[in-house]
Design a binder for this molecule. Structure first.
Ligand SMILES: Cc1cc2nc3c(=O)[nH]c(=O)nc-3n(C[C@H](O)[C@H](O)[C@H](O)COP(=O)(O)OP(=O)(O)OC[C@H]3O[C@@H](n4cnc5c(N)ncnc54)[C@H](O)[C@@H]3O)c2cc1C
Length: 385
């Protein structure tokens, strides 16, 4: 047995969506949890996020869906618009948290993080900001430490302090350093696309998601509150590159120019945007084990899809719930982590692979095939995690 239920202490690395939800679920299961988050301050700006049905379902399990719906913008439809600016169809997504509640929600990232953070702290999780992990000693060495046989992970933090824990969870995103420290191999792939997001005032007509097919790029729009929305654009066939902040809004406006119809209105709104971001479309999927000894990686650290499926958050929140559930079911942490990976692997693989296929279809300007694949995958993801 590599650990016993008596030693229920965990260090979670990363206070993102995966880290905060896993910490909350573990704390509710009786674990003492500390989070080490490298960023010194909570984000006060940033772009929005679409919480799809599975995200809302997982948040409902954490009893947080209503707070997110109250502060975000509930939606049920996705309108597809073709290259001439004409709407071609409208998809109604399944309502996974009840017929009277919306199928999905747009929300500002800082708002979601605030809600998750507050709940983690309410459950007793201690969140340290400006702190990271500089060394992890795993089972073999730590087992020799007779004083702490049931807490076989020795974690050294960047402030020089040491934690002896029963579990370390790497929730530190696609570039995870915990993944490397645990010796888990992953390649991060770039897909020739840069994605743009701009926060804008919400026009009254924009009550659901809109996706606009274009040549060579695609664009869209997601409401995130009564007054705010974000415009998105996927730029095809470009190298990964950096643009200074001052160039972002003018360049995004330029990229939106060829789109007919309502995008014209959105383009003018981008001019007054206070936040425009541009990120590379990168994915990873850990083919080998996701855990070693009493360490595990979750969320984007284990499986990062391309953003086009708007489902990375769903996978991250589901990971936290399933992790706590499986650790609660097994006396041994090692067995719990193996069961966790067994339950999550195929679902996460399907999502990452589909998102990569969508990126390819977009690059080939096969918009209708991309839409169909997105919708089919949303249907598949609506099955329980
Ligand atoms: C442009 C874009 C748009 C997206 N849109 C959507 C969407 O609409 N809907 C959706 O569901 N998903 C979307 N996603 C995906 C989603 O954002 C991710 O899947 C999700 O954030 C993963 O959560 P995470 O907690 O695993 O990782 P992250 O959100 O990356 O969080 C990792 C955390 O770990 C911290 N950290 C990193 N390194 C260290 C370290 N060494 N030590 C300590 N802390 C560390 C980071 O500061 C961060 O707080 C989008 C992604 C992108 C790039």
């Amino acid at each position: 047995m590599d650990s016993s239920r008596a030693a229920r202490t965990a260090v979670v690395v990363g206070a993102g969506i995966a880290g905060l939800t896993a910490a909350t679920a573990l704390a509710r299961g009786g674990w003492q949890v500390e989070i080490a988050e490298i960023s010194p301050a909570e984000a006060t700006s940033g772009w929005g996020l679409c919480l799809t049905g599975p995200s809302l379902r997982a948040l409902a399990e954490l009893r947080l869906a209503d707070s997110c719906l109250a502060e975000g913008h509930g939606m049920t439809t996705v309108t597809h618009v073709d290259v001439t600016g004409e709407p071609v169809d409208q998809i109604r997504l399944p309502r996974l948290i009840g017929a009277r509640r919306p199928a999905m929600a747009g929300i500002a990232r800082p708002v979601l993080h605030r809600i998750l953070h507050a709940e983690a702290e309410r459950c007793g999780v201690v969140v340290h900001r400006g702190l990271t992990v500089v060394a992890v000693e795993q089972v073999e060495n730590a087992r020799a430490a007779a004083s702490a046989p049931s807490e076989p992970v020795r974690v050294r933090l960047s402030d020089g302090t040491i934690r002896q824990a029963g579990l370390i969870v790497g929730a530190d995103g696609i570039g995870s350093s915990v993944r490397t420290r645990l010796g888990l191999d992953a390649s991060v792939d770039y897909h020739g696309q840069m994605v743009w997001r701009a926060l804008v005032p919400r026009p009254p007509w924009a009550t659901g998601i809109h996706q606009f097919a274009g040549k060579p790029n695609t664009a869209g729009f997601v409401p995130i509150s009564g007054s705010l929305a974000y415009v998105f654009l996927t730029e095809n066939g470009v190298e990964q590159s950096y643009l200074p902040n001052a160039e972002l809004a003018p360049r995004l406006q330029q990229l939106l120019e060829p789109f007919p119809g309502r995008v014209e209105e959105l383009r003018h709104l981008v001019a007054v945007s206070k936040s425009v971001v541009r990120r590379p479309v990168r994915t990873t999927f850990l083919e080998g084990p996701w855990h070693r000894g009493n360490g595990v990686v979750i969320g984007d650290a284990a499986h990062a899809p391309a953003p086009q499926m708007a489902s990375g958050a769903a996978l991250a929140i589901e990971d936290g719930l399933v992790l706590a559930e499986e650790l609660g079911r097994h006396l041994s942490v090692g067995e719990g982590l193996a069961a966790f990976t067994g339950r999550r692997r195929q679902r996460c693989r399907t999502l990452v692979e589909t998102s990569v296929a969508i990126a390819g279809l977009e690059q080939a300007q096969r918009h209708h095939d991309a839409y169909a694949l997105v919708d089919a995958c949303h249907q598949q993801m609506s099955e329980p995690a």
